[in-house]
Design a protein around this ligand. Sequence first.
Ligand SMILES: [Zn+2]
Length: 157
Amino acid sequence: MDYATINGVVQAVNLTKQLAKAAFDGKVDADAKAKIGEVVEKLGDVQDRMFNLRNDLHELQTERDELKTKLDAADAWERRASNYNLTQTLGGAVVYSSKGDPIHYACPSCFNKREIHPLQDNRTVSGKFRCTGCAAEFPVKPKHKVTAVPTTHHWND
Ligand SMILES: [Zn+2]
């Protein structure tokens, strides 16, 4: 049942109620008046139920629209998330890795909040990358070995 159907029934009930009231106000005997009175009362009940039905329908439609919006958002996220795999990097970090170009890593904490923040290279010897979303750092690359630069002293030159 949709709004148009319910509104149609509400109008039909209103019209019938008016007709019954007109008959009630007309010249009819007491018996008929009692019966018409009953009819008017019953029509009142029907009206109340139709109003409730209309409210229920409105609530259900609102709920359905909200669920559809949530479902669409979930679908969109699933499509985005399917482009990533959980992986362990050479530095030992467990992060999400993109399947397509440009290859990048994504923050697992933000990923769990349905946000994708590509990790940025700190360009330090620690090999850490940072998340621009939550500022967490991950040891993506192995640590660089600091190689001592040989120095030559020529004391006696
Ligand atoms: Zn993050």
